[in-house]
Design a protein around this ligand. Structure first.
Ligand code: ADP
Ligand code: F6P
Length: 547
């Protein structure tokens, strides 16, 4: 590991605050989404710089507002100016109409407009320019999420020498999905300009490596523990899994406050003795909200005795409202809510309470504390912090978590949660029924387990483990000297090496200094070639070592 001597410069599309213009003036709001919540909590007392977009086109009001916002923080905020066209084609277009649906396994929702790609490259250069102005050689530049996959490549071209890392907060798709992207190779190559590349789960990391193997066969993959090393054109990157967490202590502590307890009691009073089921999401089609509502409707149809005794509170924060898919989703969700309420409402009982607004932290915590069941059923999700926040706020250990197997939180929390397939409405309805009838003792033991996992895998551990994976510069630059990379002197290549690797080795006499080695050849593996300097032989393991 390379000790970071300078500052950490976080770079993400959004800053933790956003500037909202209203008829009455301009004001600052908290950015929504997991990235902002996690990084803001994890970085609270750390020095450094956070570079991002302030959520509005630039004018003279932005800088003073950001300076004011930075006064309450230990790091400074620097904004990247985006034009209306950038916002439309980079943010709404490339990021949210191509990468977002594709990486969430929904290619039919993609709009592969070639103009989006040009603007994506351009805006990544804009971010890189601000980073280049800010970063010094000892700093570590940590780039977050799919909006900024090309930033390291631009920074390297500009001669920036700082170490750079990238963390993908959303899933990484399988090769069959990823290869639909017209710009797949340049994106993969640009990612390999980062020194560390991090994913939420092992499945994401292994999808990424499979994409490299399929689409960039010249890449070498060294399987190490706990991380992989990936090499291309004389550079190496560490590729690892770093599941994100929350600030457990802060959620727990705040949930214990008497005002929150009083607010939670107020919410409970409104639903009387009903089982309170809670959904909290950005209004996004990946979150499976229509599917969740249909599952709840099935529960009420299949178990008539539950009518009048169970209430779903669905809280949604408006999101990406300018994108057509999101406009349709809002209409679909609101229609379903009114259909369910129309079908089942009785005097004194409304089955679905629908809240369409950004809740303040206190109100959100009160709902988490008041709920009997946390229903987190995304169709696909990088992690899903709502699942973890619900557990942290469950200080009475009364609640049951139902979580989708397709969220990163699913595998991580499976020992205490009820795991469901969100497309299986019948299974989700049954899970709700079972959770509603679970004994207090079972609920407590499951919730205790969940809270321990969320506490251990918190946001501070996420940051620490990512920064610990930053390699020293001789580990990332090509050439000899790296203990973790297999390199043999070409001069010694011979049958003994061939047999010790169980491989086919050939030194090309017409091309001195180039040795070809095909390791672990099977019908499915191709020979891999390495151009070695000074007659060095790079031993390139079969990337699909498990063949
Ligand atoms: P994503 O990053 O895709 O939005 P996550 O579940 O990881 O999904 O993170 C969502 C974050 O947004 C959580 O920290 C959650 O508390 C917050 N959030 C979601 N809905 C609301 C809401 N209606 N009001 C306030 N915060 C919300
Ligand atoms: O956590 C995933 C994420 O996509 C973040 O990158 C993003 O900031 C957030 O969800 C909310 O989306 P948006 O920034 O488009 O409002």
């Amino acid at each position: 590991m390379n000790e970071i001597k300078g500052r950490v410069i976080n770079v993400s599309n959004r800053l933790p605050v956003l500037i909202r213009r209203h008829a009455s003036g301009t004001r600052l709001e908290r950015s929504s989404g997991g990235l902002a919540t996690a990084l803001e909590a994890g970085w609270r007392d750390q020095p450094g710089v956070w570079i991002g977009w302030a959520g509005a086109t630039p004018d003279e009001s932005i800088e003073p507002l950001l300076v004011r916002a930075a006064r309450r923080r230990s790091y400074t905020l620097r904004s990247v100016a985006l034009t209306e066209e950038d916002i439309a084609k980079f943010y709404s277009g490339f990021a949210n109409e191509i990468i977002w649906p594709l990486f969430h396994d929904m290619p039919s929702r993609c709009n592969f407009d070639p103009e989006y790609w040009a603007t994506y490259q351009n805006v990544n250069r804009k971010f890189a320019a601000v980073v280049a102005e800010t970063a010094q050689e000892d700093d570590f530049v940590w780039v977050h999420d799919y909006h900024l996959m090309l930033t390291a490549a631009s920074l390297r071209q500009a001669g920036v020498r700082a170490n750079m890392g990238f963390f993908l907060h959303i899933p990484f798709p399988s090769p069959d999905i990823f290869e639909k992207l017209p710009w797949k190779q340049p994106i993969l190559k640009a990612l390999l300009e980062f020194d560390v590349i991090g994913f939420q789960g092992d499945r994401d990391r292994s999808n990424f490596v499979s994409c490299l193997e399929r689409l960039l066969p010249e890449v070498a993959v060294e399987r190490g523990t706990p991380h992989l090393l990936v090499g291309l054109a004389g550079r190496r990157s560490v590729v690892g899994t770093f599941p994100i967490g929350i600030d457990f202590e802060a959620f727990e502590h705040d949930a214990e406050r008497p005002e929150i307890a009083a607010h939670a009691a107020e919410i409970r009073k409104r639903v009387a003795d009903d089982v309170l089921v809670l959904g909290v999401d950005r209004l996004d089609y990946t979150k499976g909200i229509p599917e969740r509502l249909k599952s709840f409707r099935l529960l009420l149809r299949r178990f008539p005795e539950m009518r009048g005794h169970i209430t779903l509170v669905q809280v949604v924060v408006p999101s990406r409202e300018e994108i057509p898919n999101y406009k349709h989703l809002r209409r679909e969700v609101e229609l379903l809510v009114s259909q369910i309420n129309g079908e089942f409402t009785e005097p004194g009982w409304v089955p679905v309470h629908y809240i369409h607004r950004n809740l303040g932290r206190e109100e959100l915590l009160a709902y988490y504390r008041a709920a009997d069941i946390g229903l987190v059923t995304p169709l696909k999700d990088g992690m899903n912090l709502v699942a973890k926040e619900f557990c942290a706020a469950q200080i009475d250990e009364r609640g049951v978590l139902i979580v989708s197997e397709f969220a990163g939180a699913g595998p991580e929390l499976r020992s205490g949660a009820i795991i469901v397939n969100p497309n299986d409405f019948s299974q989700v309805a049954q899970a709700l029924y079972d959770a509603a009838h679970m004994t207090a003792e079972e609920k407590r033991s499951r919730m205790r387990l969940l809270r321990q996992i969320v506490k251990d895998h918190n946001v501070h551990r996420w940051i620490r483990s990512f920064l610990q994976a930053v390699p020293s510069s001789d580990q990332v630059k090509g050439g000899s000297g790296s203990a973790s990379w297999s390199e043999l002197d070409g001069a010694t290549v011979g049958p003994s090496i061939a047999s010790s690797f169980g491989s086919v080795v050939r030194v090309d006499q017409k091309m001195p200094g180039v040795a070809l080695l095909a390791s672990a050849l099977t019908p499915r593996t191709r020979p891999r070639y390495a151009m070695g300097k000074d007659a060095k032989l790079h031993v390139l393991r079969s990337a699909a070592g498990e063949d």
